[in-house]
Design a binder for this molecule. Structure first.
Ligand code: HEC
Length: 272
């Protein structure tokens, strides 16, 4: 039997449609690409994807001056606040103090008072022992701390219940260095301004305006306090808050300077 012309026509259409469907299908269901070796193309150069960490220089000569510890990371929440600073001499030797303010119950009460005033201190000359570190650039260092005892002024050694252990990022501070160097020629108020920028503004704000959880110093509450009361707060900090004790960090001149500044906060608004 001869197929009619009509049905022949349908057959052609069906074949075309089927061909299309297969073609579309093969586009939609993209099959796994078959990798054919193309021996004619130039070989792609091997890319070095191994990212090499910047090598830590074996011997970096650090910037002479005052360095401040920043951003202590510790396994323990028991020891904030901590303060670390060290001075690097021109010949590269260094001397510094790490002050901590532990309040754990096994520390005798009279020592706790002194700790609140002066900190429990680990003095160090050079890196090694409980304060170890290395300079990673001219102005940056990593300082590791692992200490079980610290020394309280007028009291002696205190053994910590748990060792304080952690890492500081430390940085050369130009302003702290200048403040130290110019200490003699600065007016008390200028000195206070330097102290404020180095030690207080990180929390209290550049204009002493405060921050969430940190009070402004431009308040009637502060103005109502006597110099004595303010100095007590500055020396001792405020226990169980993040307000550190500065008794052992600042010199008497610096404390007087920052006190003058608190009385004359407009000075901060005319920041040069
Ligand atoms: C780590 C953050 C931090 C730093 C740094 C800091 N403070 Fe404070 N300060 C606080 C906090 C928090 C309080 C509030 C404590 C409280 O709750 O009583 C406070 C309170 C005070 C008060 C009392 C304010 C009031 O209303 O009674 C004074 C004065 C003060 N700080 C001065 C200073 C000075 C001066 C410096 C720098 C030498 C400084 N602070 C550095 C966090 C800080």
């Amino acid at each position: 039997m001869q197929p009619s012309l009509e049905s022949k026509g349908y057959g052609v259409v069906v074949v075309i449609l089927l061909t299309l469907a297969v073609a579309v299908g093969s586009v939609l269901v993209t099959p796994e690409p078959t990798i054919t070796e193309d021996t004619t193309s130039t070989p792609v150069p091997t890319r070095h994807v191994i990212s090499r960490a910047t090598p830590i220089p074996a011997m970096v000569r650090p910037q002479a001056g005052r360095w401040l510890g920043r951003g202590f990371t510790s396994e323990l929440a028991a020891y904030p606040p901590l303060q670390l600073f060290f001075d690097v001499a021109v010949d590269g030797t260094l001397k510094g103090v790490l002050s901590l303010y532990p309040t754990n119950p096994e520390i005798p009460p009279n020592a706790v008072d002194l700790i609140a005033k002066n900190g429990c201190n680990i003095e160090f000359e050079g890196f090694g022992g409980p304060i170890n570190g290395s300079f990673i650039s001219f102005t940056q260092a990593v300082v590791e701390v692992e200490a079980v005892t610290c020394e309280v002024k007028f009291y002696g050694n205190v053994t910590l219940i748990e060792p304080v252990r952690g890492v500081f990022a430390a940085e050369y501070s130009e302003s702290a260095t200048l403040t130290l160097a110019q200490g003699a020629v600065l007016t008390p108020l200028e000195r206070g301004k330097g102290v404020f920028y180095n030690y207080c503004s990180a929390c209290h704000g550049s204009y002493a305006e405060g921050a969430p959880g940190i009070p402004s110093l431009d308040t009637d509450q502060v103005r109502a306090k006597t110099d004595e009361e303010l100095l007590t707060i500055i020396n001792n900090g405020v226990l169980n808050t993040v307000m550190p004790a500065w008794g052992n960090v600042l010199t008497d001149e610096e404390k007087q300077g920052v006190l003058l500044l608190i009385r004359d906060l407009n000075v901060l608004k005319n920041r040069a």
